[in-house]
Ligand binder design. Structure first.
Ligand code: BGC
Length: 370
């Protein structure tokens, strides 16, 4: 079977032949890969950045945002049948820290975790994959156009979940954590897939969402945001600190730009008792000059919290798929418009090595739904 592999640390990326995986244990599931999304991490990997091959291997099969169809299940599998749609999660636990032992490898405290397609485990840019049932998350059959968004949505869901849990704990809010954000102003910075999916999750929770980017307002990202009920802010015209006077106190910032200069600049927009959650992973930015004293003073005097959030647990995939379902019911086919580019696997270079300006989510297609 075909797979897209890189040699980590180089810019070598090619279509390779790999043996088709077989079920080896009763709790395993085999999926035929339908589509795999491309994100900044994949592009960093093919550019020679952050990636590790499995022990003893020179190459790493890339891809972690997967969506597939079950073709075979082991005798002990209860939650999936051939024909079902779904995806496998990304991270695999270290097997010894308390978080991984409690199935929260997204919080792994030893640093010995692995990630499919990124760190020491082959990924999903291939025709078939096998993994354990506990890593499989089902996608309803009427959501086949959105299934490939489950992984990026899980990243947005975890970040929001963490931010809301922190606010609930420290501000003494009773009832569901999500209630805190209802009616509050949330600023989403960077309207790529993570930002737009974060905006969707926040809008579904009743927040007033401002979405900041640096593109013309008649382009797809702002248009989709406004269709979902958010308000677009062009960062080239409006400084973050000028937002509160026009829109009211900003209680939450959801960052998805991955640009360190922008990330720090945004802090100036955060209101009293506000929470700021970061999801972007800056790569190779030039050193920054900052007024560190002013930033620290602001954090202290305004009781603000800044949180970094990476990866996602199974529960965030489930929350994400549920929210994508609600979004589909509310906004119809607009949600699937986030997928702007789809190419067959043998044209991988068109999306991996290029980044069209009008792209939101690009995906590689491995097979059609059976
Ligand atoms: C992936 C996460 C992963 C992170 C760090 C992101 O692109 O979506 O699942 O944990 O990269 O490797």
């Amino acid at each position: 079977m075909k797979a897209i592999a890189i040699v980590p640390g180089t810019t070598q990326v090619s279509l390779v032949d790999r043996p088709e995986p077989k079920l080896n244990a009763p709790d395993e599931i085999k999926l035929r890969v339908l589509r795999v999304g491309i994100c900044g991490t994949d592009r960093e990997e093919v550019a020679g950045g952050r990636a590790d091959a499995p022990p003893g291997q020179k190459e790493l099969v890339i891809g972690h945002e997967m969506f597939g169809q079950v073709v075979e299940v082991g005798a002990g599998v209860k939650s999936a049948r051939p024909g079902d749609l779904g995806c496998f999660t990304v991270r695999r636990g270290c097997g010894h820290c308390p978080f991984c032992l409690a199935d929260r490898s997204d919080l792994c405290s030893s640093g010995d975790y692995t990630e499919r397609g990124i760190r020491k485990r082959d990924g999903y840019e291939t025709e078939f994959v096998v993994d354990q049932e506990k890593y499989f998350v089902k996608v309803p059959s009427d959501m086949s156009s959105l299934g490939v968004l489950a992984e990026p949505m899980s990243v947005s869901e975890k970040a929001i979940d963490e931010a809301l849990a922190v606010q609930q704990a420290r501000l003494g809010i009773s009832g569901p954590a999500a209630d805190w954000v209802k009616g509050k102003v949330a600023l989403v910075a960077g309207l790529g897939p993570i930002g737009l999916l974060g905006a969707i999750a926040l809008l579904l929770r009743g927040a007033k969402v401002l979405g900041l980017d640096v593109v013309d307002k008649n382009t797809l990202r702002p248009k989709l945001l406004e269709q979902f009920g958010g308000t677009y802010v062009d960062g080239r015209e409006t400084q973050p600190a000028a937002l509160a006077p026009s829109f009211g106190q900003i209680d939450m910032i959801f960052e998805a730009t991955g640009v360190a200069r922008v990330e720090f600049n945004l802090l100036g927009a955060l209101g009293i008792n506000g929470v700021y959650v970061l999801t972007g992973i800056p790569g190779g930015d030039r050193p920054l000059q900052l007024d560190g004293g002013a930033l620290m003073r602001q954090l202290v005097l305004k009781n603000q919290v800044m949180i970094g959030s990476v990866n996602a647990a199974r529960q965030h995939f489930e929350m994400g798929i549920a929210d994508l379902g609600r979004a589909q019911a509310k906004w119809g086919s607009a949600v699937a418009q986030l997928i702007t580019h789809a190419v067959p696997y043998n044209h991988f270079a068109d999306v991996l090595e290029q980044h069209p300006a009008n792209e939101i989510k690009a995906v590689i297609e491995w097979s059609k739904l059976g």
